[in-house]
Ligand binder design. Structure first.
Ligand SMILES: Cc1cc2nc3c(=O)[nH]c(=O)nc-3n(C[C@H](O)[C@H](O)[C@H](O)COP(=O)(O)OP(=O)(O)OC[C@H]3O[C@@H](n4cnc5c(N)ncnc54)[C@H](O)[C@@H]3O)c2cc1C
Length: 825
């Protein structure tokens, strides 16, 4: 063999070993064997080549001797690493350790194990849960008049509050032994999907008590007596909870709350006891104006050491404070963007409560932040992702029907390419949202508490909802803008910024949380290295650090090679489940390797500074999120029985997500501060440039075709939307018109072609044209009746509301005030 051929063999051998993640020991053995074969077959005596090759083997052998490796490499490196390691507060540690690592960890590995994801059972509703959706949920939607709630009343009417309490809507997460419904995460999510398709106020009101708040905290940390007192009362709706963390000075930086609880002696119910004196000012608290019990977060201080310990500062603590406790001011309301769910401020001045008001008692003093972050992941995966998915589904359901029945230029507006492009985007994004919320809820039901995915879902699903709501408004034109009982979009559009802001405002979540938490939590080696570096037992720490460091080096090399090979071959040979969607699995494999490699280079070169470079970590977070969402789409498709008709949606979703992943990686490299390293990474990540394309126009058209007509794909995509055909439910009436359009459209066309175009029909409006077409024999009596009925329904649906000037005031003023204003003005 020639020298060149040997070089190629050596290179390929190295690539295969690295690609397959072969261990250092085996790699050394293979290298040694190859060296012997090379010398034996070539008989080379070239001293330079031989020296280099033997030197290579010597290095590999030395690296296999642990004690030598530790002394020469790991120990000096650990010293530098300790200096570079950013200090971490307990609050940050708690946040990092909260929840579990799930599919996010696989994506960080550079070689996700698809069998694990695909083997997970699909989420299913129990008979009882399905009955709740078909019964109380359906009925609740029927009796809710969103216009009355949002415009006239500024609140849910009393009979709806009663219905919510009596049917257990506030008790979905409370176990049956306390009188709750004990629903699965998936069922909980489906309830919110349905409610939000009807009314944002309804969904927000139900979401909060079932998310992070008193019930959840009591369940996990409450004392037995707190549980037995409060949980049955919460389940029966006798107590309405709220949870108060945010204040004027502490929003996103919630751990900096200045609210205090000082351990003091004081009088309570006629007796002197040791208790807590609270002073606090909270705002934006959902349900506060109507709450009977406040879950309160404050910083606990014990200056007189009355708790018996050495400490005077305990940190964030949570307590349950009854509404009527002296010193509490509660009841005023904020006005969140014309979607007036109950939300308002709470102040407390020298509020004295017993110690057993602390959730979990004094044993949990100072544990508040850990409690909050530990429990945040589950609620954050469900409340906002489900509510926004419901709203997006409703928008797609309504918009596709409206775009079919609304004609301009004698064509359904949905048939214009421009409108169709927007509708494809809406449908594709709604599919992604539905996939992400249901598969992740299934994972929660399987025992996971996915922390990083909860941040990804929160950010991406609320952002997608924002675009879906905007797109729906655009397609509806003036119909979406004029508010009134006939408007089914305006309030959903108005509530979107609320979802963007709460549970971790979106800019912060994208810039700081997703990648920041993911990189440490999900990376197979980083947390191990950090813990080893902080280990008080230096010897044990050094050994563990050495193992993690060399695992990490091998991991990085392997991911670089995997990224290069898969980018060159477009991942065609990467092993994935065999299916009609296998190419998308393969592309995720490729991006996973590229992402893992880029992450390591960024962390190694920027260290703690990466935390400050928020735009870079946000982009890496986007890559991770796009891969996560695409994985959820593939699993969801499989969960729904791989219906061929849904393939355009799956393809649109995966293409747009993976295209985004590619573009974010590209932008990350363009902005990477060290240009040499950026070029180095680019060689391994984009050796052929950016080869991945966004969804094509024809694919978008296929997506629209699958929802523009009454079809099973449309039903699956919009499953859960409140679509009962009845007066007052525009969504049901739109669906009815969509079905009727199949019969009416050919008749309308006949009138146009045989009547209008030939001059036999001259009327300008459809009713007149129908009349003339009937006389001219173009339509039969029956056909004319079908078309008239359809036209009447369509007109009813495209009409908007108008109001007398005095009706425009949200609060009807007394007649004398109105007349005084009119006469003076
Ligand atoms: C309708 C509504 C209901 C709510 N319900 C509750 C409730 O029930 N209980 C409760 O305790 N709280 C509640 N909140 C509070 C909510 O969680 C906070 O609004 C949220 O934490 C953001 O705080 P802020 O509004 O003060 O914004 P700020 O913290 O002032 O943030 C302003 C902007 O700066 C960005 N930002 C901040 N820090 C960073 C950073 N490091 N990097 C990048 N960007 C950053 C944010 O993303 C945001 O875009 C509610 C809020 C609203 C509006």
């Amino acid at each position: 063999m020639s020298g060149l051929l040997w070089f190629v063999v050596f290179l390929l051998g190295t690539l295969v070993l690295a690609y397959q993640r072969v261990s250092l020991l085996v790699s050394t053995f293979v290298y040694g064997l190859g060296l012997l074969v090379f010398i034996w077959t070539t008989g080379t005596t070239n001293i330079v080549i031989l020296t280099l090759l033997w030197l290579g083997l010597a290095v590999l052998v030395l690296l296999n001797i642990n004690t030598l490796r530790i002394r020469l490499i790991s120990r000096p490196f650990l010293r530098t690493y300790r200096r570079m390691l950013p200090s971490m507060s307990q609050t940050e540690k708690d946040a990092l350790e909260a929840g579990t690592v799930w599919w996010d960890g696989q994506l960080f590995s550079g070689g996700p194990d698809w069998d694990k994801l695909m083997a997970a059972t699909a989420p299913r509703l129990s008979a009882e849960e399905q009955a709740f959706l078909d019964g109380p949920c359906e009925e609740l939607c029927r009796i809710t008049d969103d216009w009355d709630v949002t415009h006239r009343r500024g609140d849910l009417p009393p009979h709806i509050w009663d219905y919510l309490r009596s049917k257990g809507f506030f008790a979905m997460i409370i176990p049956k032994k306390y009188g709750g419904l004990e629903f699965s995460a998936y069922a909980h999510s489906c309830v919110l999907v349905k409610l939000s398709s009807r009314s944002g106020v309804l969904a927000s009101t139900v979401a909060v008590p079932n998310s992070l708040g008193p019930a959840e905290l009591l369940l996990h940390y409450g004392t037995e007596s707190q549980k037995t007192y409060y949980l049955p009362r919460l389940a029966r709706g006798e107590e309405i909870p709220c949870f108060a963390l945010t204040g004027p000075r502490a929003g996103s930086d919630a751990a900096s709350i200045p609210d205090t609880g000082v351990i003091t002696k004081g009088m309570y119910e006629g007796r002197e006891i040791v208790g807590v004196t609270l002073n606090f000012s909270k705002r934006y608290i959902t349900l506060a104006p109507v709450a009977t019990v406040i879950g309160l977060a404050f910083k606990l201080l014990d200056p007189q050491r009355l708790l018996g310990g050495e400490r005077t500062e305990y940190g964030i603590t949570c307590a349950l404070i009854p509404r009527h406790t002296p010193g509490v001011t509660i009841g005023r309301r904020h006005f969140p963007l014309n979607v007036p769910f109950q939300n308002g401020p709470i102040q407390g001045k020298d509020v004295f409560v017993p110690l057993d008001f602390i959730i979990g008692g004094t044993a949990m003093a100072g544990q508040g932040w850990r409690m909050l972050v530990e429990q945040l992941s589950v609620g954050r995966c469900i409340s906002l992702p489900s509510s926004t998915t419901g709203a997006a589904k409703a928008a797609v359901f309504a918009t596709s029907a409206y775009a079919r029945i609304r004609r301009q230029f004698n064509v359904s507006i949905g048939q214009f390419e421009g409108v169709s492009e927007v509708m494809a985007r809406m449908a594709g994004r709604s599919y992604i949202m539905d996939a992400a919320r249901s598969v992740t809820a299934g994972a929660i039901d399987g025992g996971e508490k996915p922390s990083v995915p909860s941040a990804m879902l929160k950010y991406h699903l609320t952002e997608m909802a924002r675009t879906v709501a905007s797109d729906a408004m655009d397609v509806h034109g003036g119909k979406g803008i004029c508010l009134g009982p006939r408007n089914y979009l305006g309030r959903a559009y108005q509530i979107v910024p609320v979802a963007i802001t709460v549970e971790g405002a979106n800019i912060l979540t994208r810039s700081l949380i997703i990648f920041g938490q993911g990189a440490i939590r999900c990376h197979p080696f980083v947390l191990r290295e950090m813990n080893a570096a902080r280990d008080k037992d230096k010897q044990r720490g050094l050994k563990e650090f050495d193992a993690a460091l060399f695992g990490h080096i091998g991991f990085t090399i392997s991911n670089a090679v995997r990224s290069l090979v898969m980018a060159l071959t477009l991942a065609r040979f990467s092993r994935v489940p065999q299916s009609s969607t296998q190419r998308y699995f393969q592309h995720i494999n490729r991006f996973s390797a590229s992402f893992a490699f880029a992450t390591d280079v960024a962390m190694l070169s920027l260290g703690g500074y990466l935390k400050k470079k928020e735009s870079l970590s946000a982009r890496l977070g986007d890559v991770l999120s796009n891969m996560y969402l695409a994985s959820m789409v593939l699993k969801h498709y499989d969960n729904q029985g791989s219906q061929q008709d849904d393939l355009p949606l799956v393809e649109w979703a995966c293409r747009s997500l993976l295209y985004q992943a590619q573009e974010q990686l590209h932008t990350f490299l363009r902005n990477f501060p060290n240009r040499f390293l950026a070029a180095f990474m680019r060689f391994f990540i984009f050796p052929r440039g950016q080869t991945y394309h966004a969804p094509s126009d024809p694919l978008g058209q296929h997506v629209v075709d699958s929802i523009f007509y009454n079809s099973q794909t449309r039903d699956r995509l919009t499953l859960g939307v409140y679509r009962t055909v009845e007066a007052g439910n525009p969504l049901g009436l739109l669906q009815e018109a969509l079905v009727l359009a199949d019969a009416a459209e050919p008749l309308e066309k006949r009138v146009r072609v045989e009547g209008v175009k030939t001059g036999r029909v001259t009327a300008l409006d459809l009713p007149g044209q129908i009349q003339q077409a009937l006389k001219a024999g173009i339509l039969s009596e029956t056909e004319a009746a079908v078309l008239r009925d359809y036209d009447r329904r369509v007109l009813d649906l495209i009409n908007v509301d108008d109001f007398a000037p005095e009706e425009m005031a949200a609060v009807t003023l007394p007649a004398e005030v109105r007349s005084a204003r009119v006469s003076s003005g």
